[in-house]
Write a protein that binds this ligand. Structure first.
Ligand code: FAD
Length: 273
């Protein structure tokens, strides 16, 4: 792909998961992505897993971006982590507010404050990615306030953004228009979630506020006990979504891999064929 391409991994929780993840990384490396990224567990619960996976991927010669959030940590702790990444040659981070594990309630530090902190601590060294929500973040009071707070993150020093996943291309194009009218000019790369499992995608979408259009949901529902048909349908609709996005001017694609190579690789092969 000539446009931007990146792959996101969920942070591994143990050495076995790390080993599996590195194998998936090796399979996806053939697509020459701009970077791989590794999530930071809810409330920072997989901090060590994130760090080890990031440093391993960096050692394997790929560009990698750790996700990062305050998650209850003191600034000194984040500063230490940033220096460690910097020392290892990591040049990019995904700065987030983060989500807490279900049941835990604590005041979360907005992503803007983390961006300000990173800029204060390490200047312009890191390329900072941020999260964007074409279907509006679930906590937002309105579309306008969501865009306003998104702009605050850009003004604080973010370089580019990755969106929450969505299955309706119009939501992305409308979001881009809204951003343009607010003078937000950073690249906003659509996040792509392949579909391979009915229960998983329904649960996940409910949690993060991503809409599955009714016609898709109904079809997925009818295929829930036919994994091959479900995967074929998922591949077809997500490939079409990617085509629409790229044809409409999206700067590239960011794949939520869920630590599997095949679903993202199949979509990319379809796009390249
Ligand atoms: P923010 O930009 O801080 O916004 C959060 C909410 O608060 C929004 O509704 C916003 O409009 C509102 N808001 C912002 N500023 C203010 C203010 N000053 N006053 C009032 N309201 C305000 N979660 C993880 O735990 N780990 C990960 O690794 C991870 N990776 C992700 C990667 C991507 C690409 C995306 C899209 C999401 C990811 N998430 C991750 C989920 C993310 O942490 C959640 O969606 C979280 O709820 C919001 O994070 P944010 O950085 O967008 O927050």
């Amino acid at each position: 792909m000539k446009q931007h391409l990146s792959f996101e991994f969920s942070a591994p929780r143990n050495p076995e998961e790390t080993a599996r993840l590195l194998k998936v990384h090796n399979k996806l490396k053939v697509f020459s992505p701009d970077f791989f990224s590794v999530t930071y567990g809810a409330g920072g619960s997989t901090k060590e897993g994130t760090k080890h996976a990031v440093l391993d991927i960096q050692r394997l010669g790929s560009r990698v971006a750790p996700h990062l959030s305050f998650g209850g940590d003191k600034p000194e702790k984040i500063d230490e982590l940033l220096r460690e990444y910097q020392k290892a040659g990591v040049k990019r981070v995904v700065a987030l507010r983060g989500d807490m594990p279900s049941g835990q309630i604590t005041k979360m530090t907005f992503a803007r404050e983390l961006i300000e902190f990173i800029r204060k601590s390490t200047g312009s060294y890191f390329h900072i990615d941020i999260a964007a929500y074409p279907e509006t973040h679930p906590d937002s009071a309105s579309v306008e306030s969501d865009i306003k707070f998104f702009k605050n993150k850009v003004d604080a020093g973010a370089n580019s953004a990755i969106t929450q996943y969505f299955y309706n291309a119009d939501a992305y194009f409308r979001y881009m228009d809204n951003c343009a009218s607010c003078n937000i000019n950073i690249p906003i790369v659509p996040g792509i979630m392949p579909i391979t499992n009915y229960k998983g995608i329904v649960r996940f979408s409910k949690n993060c506020g991503a809409e599955i259009p009714r016609w898709m949901l109904k079809q997925l529902e009818s295929y829930q006990d036919q994994p091959n048909s479900l995967k074929a349908f998922g591949l077809e609709v997500v490939t079409e979504l990617c085509e629409k996005l790229l044809d409409g001017g999206a700067p590239g694609l960011h794949f939520y891999t869920l630590n599997q190579a095949l679903p993202s690789a199949s979509i990319l092969r379809n796009l390249n064929s």
